[in-house]
Write a protein that binds this ligand. Sequence first.
Ligand SMILES: C[S@@+](CC[C@H](N)C(=O)[O-])C[C@H]1O[C@@H](n2cnc3c(N)ncnc32)[C@H](O)[C@@H]1O
Length: 395
Amino acid sequence: MGPALEDALLAAGYDDVTAESLTHPVHPYPARLHPATAARLIAIVMDTAGRGAAVLDPFCGSGTVLIEARAAGWRALGVDLNPLAVRLARVKTWTAPVPRRRLARELGRRIAGDVMLAGREARRAGATAPPLRGPAGFDPNARQRRIGKWFSPHVRRELESIMAAIDEVAVDDAEVAEVLTMALSGILYKVSHRRSDTDPTWVERAVARGAAARLFGDRVEMIVAGLEDLARVPGLMPQVIEADARALAKLDLPPVMGIVTSPPYAGTYDYAEQHRLRFDFFGIRHRAFDDGELAPRRAFLSNSAAATTRWRADLGDAVGALVSALAPGGLAALVVGDSIAGKVCFADEDLRSVLDDRVDVVAWAWQERQKLGPERHLFPRDRPKREHIIVLHRR
Ligand SMILES: C[S@@+](CC[C@H](N)C(=O)[O-])C[C@H]1O[C@@H](n2cnc3c(N)ncnc32)[C@H](O)[C@@H]1O
């Protein structure tokens, strides 16, 4: 298994074809697992599994493992506490007959065309004020306060018009409306004044009139094309559940033969913050995620000692739950990375410290990662910063 595991790590550096395939590139998502790594890890953990066996990713994020499992013909189950991730992973693995996909494409084109046309007419009439939309159950004024500064007025007008058209589609066809919504989510930051998903700095960004609508239309095309490729392999649509990975037992899932997952790296990301503008724009409730996100950066910045204690307990709970979900003889591949979370965290040591006697570590591979900024001084000179894959076997 050793060389195959090393190749799973190295493939991220050379296999661009897999990365660009299927629905992988349709939406940004920080710290996505590389699709080529996911594909290889699935092959490793499912090597001896029989037909109909399932792969689980309890931190499925944007659905990379689910897409690759679905493409390889396995049943796939995904769990994530981020409500946007769950919606995105469902759309990226949407398994529907040809006419349904065709409808999504046609509606995407029509909405993009209508909004561009309406923008031109509004310009002639000299209209500038963006309309205030109110997702059900959200105060439009509070929403305006949160998102107002992030979009130029003409961009906001296009985005709101697109979303109003999607709301109309949703009345009769929530499934297709969801594909359109995730297409809009995929371009939202590109046309905003937010520098990037991971950097909330306000930046000046000139976005041409009509560009948001055009990008939206293109994104719908991209999703549908990816879904068409995915549909070439017959298979069931993966099941994606919004839940806390520490509480997998409550979901009553059937035991799985394989797990491939990448839990959050301690103190590295802040998913709730990274998606906040999307949450506010689409009116997505996220309280449970704010409270339950594992090892977010914000927790270590506010009280490092408390966050470290909580991280150890949370990691133990999450790994314990994941091991319980594994059938006897099953394999779990975990991708984890060293990080700075108050102090240096060596992810392999953290992980090994929470394992119990239900599992054996049967393989371990790692590769060195570049130390960035202060990491250069904080990591010991004689020890690299590494990303690891650890494979567990359930007794
Ligand atoms: C490294 S990312 C996984 C990315 C995913 N492999 C992909 O390719 O998109 C870690 C994920 O853990 C999720 N997460 C954080 N805390 C969680 C919790 N308590 N339960 C379930 N998911 C959680 C985050 O929302 C994020 O999607």
